[in-house]
Design a protein around this ligand. Structure first.
Ligand code: NAD
Length: 448
């Protein structure tokens, strides 16, 4: 780790290098950009097992030969390579003027030098996905992976240094101190994935230079269940959301609002689902779920559960944990008083709360009281119910009768709203997020 003066000098040197290179990159054609993306994609295809091992070291994520994280980045690169020509083509606009010599269109111009700040919960693809779109749009970028997942961040760093000249893509490892030094530079755009708290710091830093931002944040994601829902399917999807990555997913469901008459059945099916997912021979098997990233996060979620119980909450499942290996049983709470912290803070652990309702308005009031989360999950076979919930609530995105597909499918614009974020990406929306959509109005001979 260089001393802060050296680090500051190095950040300035690389930032200036990238600034000087920006005009050249902006003019690069689709073929040049695709060559870089293919090189990156090919490298990513070699690191599945290595990343799996690193994720295991960082948070005991169950091992696989090709983790979702790496596959997701590969899929993003492939889709971008396939569509880059059409994404880069100007979008014609029908001008109001009927002058035959008038031509109006939107030109997609690189923003310039981009800062990408990554989170720890998916420390691999949440650095590479934005980077792929940044490169596709003709930008240079400096990436800072999370300091809380050092094994995975080391691979991110190595791949970037291997493949790119630092005048195009550079990487700095470190925590808030390094991020603060980086945020001091007049980047053209800052893309950050993380907590709303740090999102505000990033936005304030961007304001000094009027840099544009994409903030991919979190929030308290609800599941809203209809009387006519398939309770068994809903229960499985809800538990899956809370168990994947030990509940440390930005789209994990924090609480479930369910008609009172279905609450018992839902609880029963959620318990069954949890057992199917992460129990072996009738006992919780932490190896199937993974662990908290660190002691701070373990303690924070432990406190939420203990406080809720001390205020009268009932434990339907789990409640146990092990501070030595930072694991916690899937835990379902009900009868949680409104003043408990777990009712207001993003949980980010394998715990969720069931809230029965008599009239839908009761559920809507709870959802509205929790701001605008990243995702809402509606379980209903009645289109009118789904529309009602859409009209009466807000969130970054919505999946109906399934968990998280508005993210996983990859074709929809993904992002938050207000407290859960600013901006969006994925597919063409990712290319455009890293582009300035520059309107051009011309009068005169048209190009052949
Ligand atoms: P975080 O906000 O603590 O950290 C994110 C990044 O900001 C890291 O690179 C970190 O080093 C940096 N950072 C931390 N403190 C800073 C400071 N004071 N100044 C400048 N930079 C600072 O977030 P996290 O704990 O890594 O991730 C968890 C959060 O991320 C959760 O809220 C989760 O919902 C959210 N998240 C959102 C998405 C999404 O796609 N919307 C995806 C994953 C995680």
């Amino acid at each position: 780790m260089p001393n802060p003066t050296d680090l500051k000098t190095d950040i300035t040197r690389i930032f200036e290098l990238q600034k000087a290179n920006a005009w050249k990159l902006k003019q690069s054609n689709p073929a040049t950009r695709k060559t870089k993306l293919m090189r990156l994609r090919d490298r990513l295809m070699q690191v599945g097992e290595e990343v799996s091992e690193a994720l295991y070291q960082d948070m005991a994520r169950p091992k696989t030969t090709m983790p979702f994280d790496v596959q997701n980045a590969i899929d993003t690169a492939n889709e971008t390579i396939e569509h880059l020509d059409e994404w880069m083509a100007p979008t014609p606009v029908t001008a109001k003027s009927i002058d035959a010599e008038v031509n109006a269109y939107v030109h997609y111009e690189a923003r310039g030098v981009i800062l990408i700040l990554g989170p720890w919960n998916f420390p691999f693809h949440l650095c590479f996905e934005p980077l792929i779109y940044a490169i596709a749009a003709g930008n240079s970028a400096i990436v800072k992976p999370s300091e809380l997942t050092p094994a995975t961040s080391a691979i991110v760093t190595r791949i970037i240094r291997e493949l790119f000249d630092e005048s195009e893509v550079a990487v700095f490892e470190g925590g808030a101190d390094v991020a603060t030094l980086l945020l001091d530079k007049p980047f053209d755009h800052i893309f950050m994935t993380g907590s709303p708290k740090v999102g505000k710091i990033v936005m304030a830093a961007a304001a000094k230079n009027l840099a544009s931002v994409t903030l991919e944040l979190g929030g308290k994601n609800p599941a809203i269940i209809d009387r006519k829902a398939d309770i068994e399917k809903a229960a499985y999807q809800i538990m899956l959301s809370r168990i994947m990555n030990a509940g440390q997913v930005c789209l994990s469901i924090d609480y479930v609002t369910v008609p009172s008459e279905s609450a018992h059945l839902l609880a029963e099916k959620m318990v069954e689902s949890a057992k199917r997912l992460v129990y072996t021979d009738g006992r919780f098997d932490p190896a199937k779920q993974g662990r908290f990233v660190n002691r701070n996060n373990f303690d924070r979620v432990r406190r939420y559960v203990d406080e809720a119980v001390s205020l009268g909450a009932r434990v339907i499942l789990g409640g146990g944990s092990n501070a030595d290996d930072l694991t916690m049983e899937p835990t379902i709470l009900t009868d949680v008083p409104a003043n408990a912290a777990i009712m207001h803070e993003e949980i980010f652990g394998p715990v969720l709360v069931v809230i029965p309702y008599d009239k839908l308005q009761g559920a809507i009031d709870v959802v509205r009281a929790n701001g605008k989360p990243l995702g809402s999950f509606v379980f209903s076979n009645d289109p009118a119910f789904v529309q009602d919930v859409l009209q009466q609530t807000s969130s970054g995105g919505v999946s109906v009768n399934v968990w998280g597909e508005h993210y996983f499918d990859g074709r929809l614009p993904f992002g938050g709203v207000n407290g859960s974020g600013v901006g969006r990406y994925h597919s063409i929306y990712g290319f455009r997020e890293f582009s300035h959509e520059r309107p051009v109005f011309t009068r005169g001979p048209k190009a052949a």
